[in-house]
Design a protein around this ligand. Sequence first.
Ligand SMILES: [Fe+2]
Length: 210
Amino acid sequence: MGSKTYKPRQFDLSNLKGISDETLEMHFKLYEGYVKETNKLNEKIAEFVQDAKVDQDEFAEYSELTRRLGFEYNGMVLHEYYFDNLMTGGGIGDPNNQSTFRQAAQESFGSYDIWKADFVGIGKMRGVGWAICYENPSNGALSNHWITLHETGNVAGFNPVLVMDVWEHAFILDYKPADRPKYIEAFFSNIDWNEVERRLQKQKARPIAA
Ligand SMILES: [Fe+2]
């Protein structure tokens, strides 16, 4: 448990290509729900433990609330990464040839196109969840992962670099469920690569002369 109260962030995000403002407004509201639930869970758990013990008759409820923390916290945090890696007015599509992300993808996958085929492939996987490209902060390697719901599949200590929501609520007002590939295409046309590259820790740590 934790005692911090989280405040929902406001995102200056609109006018995307292929993802409507209506979708974004609905999505911001959903995100605020995760922040609210995270705070509520923390408060309730704090009540259980404030006498410095967990009573046996409270244990079932205490356990269930604690299990839900992973869902709500990740639901909150992943949406923040997602909105932050999109760009108002739309982006440039794939990163340019000088891009540090493109270089990192080449080093880890052989080419940017292979990295992208893997990331997009994960995004099309059947199920409810997220496609996330992580950086291993110890060696700078990128790897793509499927996250079921919000919490199953996150890699401890890895740094989320590019985060794509593929829950149907992310696109259902704009695309049919079977048209998830079109949403993924739209997602790519709106990526803020500068934000993605700011997240690369290895890049930050690398000495200028190296
Ligand atoms: Fe979402």
